[in-house]
Design a protein around this ligand. Structure first.
Ligand SMILES: Nc1ncnc2c1ncn2[C@@H]1O[C@H](COP(=O)(O)OP(=O)(O)OP(=O)(O)O)[C@@H](O)[C@H]1O
Ligand SMILES: [Mg+2]
Length: 196
């Protein structure tokens, strides 16, 4: 928003696109704050059936430059989770943002997979969906791998270290899990959320 205010001031008559971006960002910030306040008050996430594909697309709406090349494998293609749509998209957004920042100035290649994991004990009532996000960047620095999901842990210039702490808070509010998966190359995160 600050960057767009600056650009709008440079040329007031041509400021409309910047004002529109500021308005969009303000609305998004408002929605995120509302959701976070609800989480902080301990309200259970308002969960509804939502397609993983829709979450993934929403998560990619406002990503930083230079962006990423995305490859998706969702099995089956109509796979759904029970989740608060805005928060779950926010969680994936945090992962994509990290992959892009870690790989910059190179453009990251990010593979997202999602598949249903059957529960063997209860006839499908507690099935889960496992979502993995794997990039081909430099990987998570080993010295922070153990504390990654704690607030204010950051190894990135300009990062606040809130993205993954928030991601964990969101998954836990859904009764899910999030973890860094050990890999030889790049960084891979695995999330589990309740299936519908
Ligand atoms: N995909 C990734 N590849 C390499 N390092 C990563 C990746 N994701 C996270 N990290 C490391 O973990 C740190 C913490 O990530 P987190 O998202 O919590 O905070 P941040 O990105 O630094 O700041 P914020 O998300 O609040 O803007 C990052 O600073 C980075 O060092
Ligand atoms: Mg981040």
């Amino acid at each position: 928003m600050s960057a767009n205010v600056y650009l709008a001031r440079q040329n007031l008559p041509a400021s409309e696109p910047h004002l529109a971006k500021i308005e969009r960002s303000a609305r998004l910030a408002h929605a995120i704050v509302d959701d976070l306040m609800a989480l902080a008050r301990g309200e259970p996430a308002h969960a509804e059936p939502v397609a993983v594909v829709d979450l993934v697309l929403q998560a990619r709406e406002t990503l930083p430059e230079p962006g990423a090349d995305f490859e998706d494998v969702v099995i089956p293609p109509g796979l759904q989770v029970r989740a608060h749509t805005g928060l779950a998209a926010r969680l994936l957004h945090a992962l994509y943002e990290n992959s892009i920042r870690a790989s910059a100035p190179r453009r990251a290649h990010v593979v997202t997979t999602a598949e249903r994991i059957a529960s063997t004990t209860d006839g499908g009532k507690h099935d889960r969906v496992a979502i993995t996000v794997a990039d081909d960047g430099p990987g998570v620095p080993p010295e922070i791998a153990g504390t990654l999901f704690e607030p204010l842990v950051s190894h990135t210039a300009g990062g606040t270290g809130l993205g993954l702490a928030l991601a964990r808070r969101i998954t836990e509010a859904h009764g899910g899990t999030i973890a860094l998966v050990p890999t030889a190359k790049g960084a891979t995160f695995r999330i589990e959320l309740p299936a519908t």
